[in-house]
Design a protein around this ligand. Structure first.
Ligand SMILES: [Zn+2]
Length: 163
């Protein structure tokens, strides 16, 4: 894979896919990652993102964010679990050698969910993910997100603007 490849962006995309319950979208992003061999980079990016959100929750709202104790247990293989946990805590762990694909995926899911939970704790709206994705997108030809055309409202100015 090429350096500068968008692991952080993929991390936000996975989190957004989970937030939207978009299983197909999640699969697509994941399969692309696997094809590129970018799983461990993604886990590191996701861990850092979740950590940042958790810190935002703690400093911004004074709500300490705690990872549910059993959350890590969802990752069955110890090497992947240790790696994912270190990605979140900012500690160091060995990059798993020949990690089991199921656990890599579970770790990505778990860290993305952690990121969402920490976002909630920080009081950040889910829409913010789209914002982050747009920001991490390397030079893009498509437009920045625009407000959808206002279908419900008539376009003429209000009849009485005096009050
Ligand atoms: Zn496993």
């Amino acid at each position: 894979m090429t350096p500068g490849w968008g692991a952080p962006r993929a991390g936000y995309q996975l989190a957004l896919a989970i937030a939207l319950a978009d299983d197909v979208g999640f699969d697509e992003i994941w399969e692309t990652l696997v094809a590129d061999g970018g799983e461990t980079d993604l886990l590191m990016a996701l861990g850092a993102q979740a950590r940042l959100m958790a810190r935002t929750a703690a400093t911004g709202t004074g709500t300490p964010f705690e990872v549910p104790g059993e959350a890590w247990e969802r990752i069955a293989c110890a090497d992947v679990r240790d790696f994912a946990q270190a990605a979140y805590t900012g500690g160091s762990a060995r990059i798993p050698v020949n990690p089991c694909p199921n656990c890599l995926r579970m770790a990505a899911e778990m860290l993305a969910e952690l990121q969402l939970a920490a976002m909630d704790a920080a009081g950040l709206p889910r829409e913010w993910l789209a914002e982050l994705i747009a920001r991490t997108r390397a030079r893009t030809p498509d437009r920045p997100h625009t407000t959808p055309p206002d279908a419900g409202r008539p376009s003429q100015p209000p009849a009485h603007s005096d009050h």
